[in-house]
Ligand binder design. Sequence first.
Ligand code: 6GU
Length: 224
Amino acid sequence: MRIDIITVQPALLDGPLNHSMVKRAQDKGMAEINLINLRDYALNRYGQVDDYPFGGGAGMVLMCEPLANAIEDLKAQRQYDDIIYTTPDGHTWNQQMANAMSLKQNIIILCGHYKGIDERIRTLYVTQEISIGDYVLTGGELAAAIMTDSIVRLIPGVLGNEESALSDSFQDGLLAPPVYTRPSEFKGLKVPDVLLSGNFKLIEEWKLNEAENRTKIRRPDLLK
Ligand code: 6GU
């Protein structure tokens, strides 16, 4: 899978995309993540990519031409399944959306910044508008990093067997059960006996029961 991220702040994405699982996926050739600096498509030698909003109001708006040129450049090289725009007024990102996205070949993520991007870019190019939650970030870069992480770890082969995404919270509509490791007793707290029993069937029943209880208490909305 190839993910092209168009941004005015590529440095914000460097760290999150070059460590841990996302780095491993790129090293293994299962994901190719490419940062495009919107300033490379600036209108002039001052690096201008934004301007004051027509009609007034606070903040700057990313201009049509640099965005359109960056997108057209990419589209000339390959076909894209989706052009995603990160924005607080988008659909809220969730595990189902990450699952679906992990099956695509090529996507563009367009990071919003300042007060947003010219509405005509949304009309002309964007196929999905996505938010990561009901709060406002300075720009879409951190949202793009979060989306990319949640997508890339689902690409078949990225996670090893023992790390399988199938046991994640949300994957089956339930929160994950509690987990324990050595020692079997810590500060008077014992690991549940069943986990030490070696009885695979009982252990699976316990995990499902714990997952259901935890979901009922913490996220009853998931059970509807
Ligand atoms: Cl995708 N962008 C910004 N700027 N703020 C957000 C967001 C995105 N999702 C939640 N808040």
